[in-house]
Design a protein around this ligand. Structure first.
Ligand code: DIG
Ligand code: MN
Ligand code: MN
Length: 389
């Protein structure tokens, strides 16, 4: 691979989940095509391609039926592999979707025993993550949903989810883990419909929690895009609310199943605006690639996939810098932000301000005539993305 300007460095904070580079290529219509590699080998791969961090679900590392002594040896070996490879573990999460016990959901399941088991399993996953140094705990409610709404009142699902989150926040406080919880939305798959379908749903739930300051979101590019939504707008709202605790980067074609493509491989324009936003907004969290290689790939192809995610991010980062330095673009950006005519500012309400606003006469034709050269601006933007500017 060329030693050019797009080589990943620790300061870029690129991370991958064990389940991403460890994905064996199984899909609903086909068996695995790649051998399942042990976590220590996956850590070696991530170190080789230049990743900064490695994330995991509990059972990506520790099999669900491992004995305590087996668990401890696995964790010891993995910690050694991470240390040897210079990898940190910034995020941990819990698998509440693979085992059949979660077929009706986890925190929102109808069976209170399943709900209690899901909370217990999450507590143990939090213990594991804390042992590995994670300070972000992601929760993706992959099975929290329905195929028929005859199965439960959706209000009950919200209440059960809140009860679990409040309990887990208190556990983190009690254990002094210092976790920031990052909630990950998805509209459907593997359930017919998943509760908290979008990042916006979670932004509406968080203020109703007992410890809202401990809970934010982990938007995923593919998940908002599956629903036909603008991923950047979800990320920007989360960021503006101080709730962008983590982010899952990948790519996706609108209206398809969750493709989890290599970052920027399907939607270069969306990737450009996202990287521009993340870099200019001061987001200082992990750049986590929750994606996987094509089923056609062998282990070397998995490395190509991981390198491509990071390279494309850095290429888009450079293009965002070109956009910011482009005099013609910036002149347009400045002009379209100026007022078309003198007018009272809205700002914070005051009686006098309201009187002045009500007394002001707006000249609608003048306002309607302001030049908005978005065609030229977007063409210049595309020419930067195409690499000809
Ligand atoms: C799927 O997009 C989910 C799971 O892979 C995991 O729970 C979470 C972590 O980023 N993303
Ligand atoms: Mn996904
Ligand atoms: Mn994800």
């Amino acid at each position: 691979m060329a030693s050019d300007a797009y080589q990943p460095k620790p300061e870029h904070k690129f991370s991958f989940g064990l389940w991403t580079v460890g994905n064996p290529g199984r899909d609903p219509f086909g068996e695995p095509v790649r051998p399942v590699r042990p976590p220590v080998e996956l850590a070696g791969l991530l170190s080789e391609v230049g990743a900064w961090g490695v994330n995991l679900h509990d059972n990506d590392l520790v099999p669900i039926d491992a004995t305590p002594s087996e668990r401890d040896k696995i964790v010891k070996d993995f910690k050694a592999a991470c240390a040897a490879g210079g990898l940190v573990v910034p995020m941990a999460t819990v698998n509440l979707f693979t085992a059949p016990v979660f077929r009706d959901g986890a925190f929102t399941a109808n069976d209170p025993a399943v709900r209690a088991y899901a909370v217990q399993k999450t507590m143990r996953a939090m213990d594991l993550g804390a042992e590995l140094g994670a300070k972000i705990f992601v929760l993706w409610g992959g099975r929290e949903g329905t195929e028929t709404d005859a199965c439960r009142n959706p209000e009950d699902a919200v209440k059960r989810l809140r009860e679990a989150l409040d309990y887990l926040c208190e556990y983190s406080i009690d254990q002094k883990y210092g976790y920031k919880f990052a909630m990950e939305a998805k509209p459907n798959e593997p359930r017919g419909d998943i509760y908290m379908a979008t990042t916006g749903n979670y932004l509406g739930l968080i203020p109703t929690l007992a410890n809202p300051e401990l809970v934010g979101v982990n938007p995923e590019f593919a998940h908002e895009t599956m629903a036909g939504l603008n991923f950047l707008h979800a990320v920007a709202q989360a960021s503006e609310a101080g709730k962008l605790f983590h982010i899952d980067l990948n790519d996706q074609v609108i209206g398809r199943y969750d493709q989890d493509f290599r970052f920027a491989s399907a939607n270069a324009k969306g990737a450009f605006f996202l990287v521009k936003f993340l870099e200019e907004s001061g987001y200082d969290g992990p750049r986590h690639f929750d994606a996987h290689a094509y089923r056609t790939e062998n282990f070397e192809g998995v490395k190509d996939f991981a390198r491509g995610c990071m390279r494309s991010y850095l290429i888009m980062k450079e293009k965002a810098a070109r956009f910011a330095a482009d005099k013609e673009i910036q002149a347009i950006v400045k002009d379209i932000a100026t007022a078309s005519a003198a007018a009272p500012t809205v700002g914070k309400y005051s009686k006098s301000g309201a009187q002045a606003l009500l007394a002001h006469t707006f000249d609608r034709p003048v306002l309607a005539a302001k030049n908005l050269p978005y065609e030229r601006l977007d063409q210049l933007t595309m020419e930067i993305i195409y690499g000809v500017r």
